[in-house]
Design a protein around this ligand. Sequence first.
Ligand SMILES: Nc1ncnc2c1ncn2[C@@H]1O[C@H](COP(=O)(O)OP(=O)(O)OP(=O)(O)O)[C@@H](O)[C@H]1O
Ligand SMILES: [Mg+2]
Length: 243
Amino acid sequence: MTDNSSVIKLKDISYSYPGSNTRVLDHLNLEVNKGDRIGMMAPNGSGKTTLLHTIMGLCKPESGTIEVFGKQLKHEKDFLPVRSKIGLLFQDSDDQLFCPTVLDDVAFGPLNLGFSPQDAIDTARNTLERLGIQILEQSVTHRLSGGQKRLVALAAVLAMEPEVLLLDEPTAGLDHKVKEKLIHILNSLDISYFVISHEFDFAKAVTDKIYSMENGKILTDDEIHIHRHEHVHKHGKHPHNHK
Ligand SMILES: Nc1ncnc2c1ncn2[C@@H]1O[C@H](COP(=O)(O)OP(=O)(O)OP(=O)(O)O)[C@@H](O)[C@H]1O
Ligand SMILES: [Mg+2]
């Protein structure tokens, strides 16, 4: 499916949080092409979430270039149109959900894209149904369980029919049955996505390649060895037995 047309291209990106002199991203390069389904498994604190926020223009890098759909993005106004085409599932669902009810939250994106109120509600209802959570429609979002919030946040992202998905630990807090459903949904989507996960089986089931991060840089699947006991390391760098 990959046709090599560039969806996201990061070149030589460096980023430190304000007031810190540690580089979370250090001359990082990343390419996501049309049709790519990329997984990312890397240790806590290695910079995965920061990377997604940088792509969305939420963290402004001190050096390097960001291109999305072949266009270089520099200023806040360049990122605005891109944010409706790239669906970011935040690591913390509370950062994503802010409306009183579930239906309002899921209809918010389509409304913002210019859908009529009725079309936005229909789209929201269809998306909730697709995720099997239509029963939550009138629920008060902030009173949902962590796993339910995760699904509503995902519905809010999918309802915008993004061209690319950036998913930050989508399975966190989901039970086995819901995870299986998510695997099925992701595999039935015909769009590029980049998914961060600490769960090897999930990442393997929904992606074609798995990257990692170390010292602020991406390690591609040629450079890492990934295997069933759920961690990644460079080829030959940390030898150990696989029993
Ligand atoms: N808002 C912030 N201000 C200052 N430092 C931050 C902030 N957010 C993250 N960091 C630091 O940046 C580094 C990378 O954090 P990030 O959240 O990107 O890691 P991660 O790979 O997503 O980790 P996890 O697997 O735990 O989600 C960490 O050292 C973290 O302490
Ligand atoms: Mg994170």
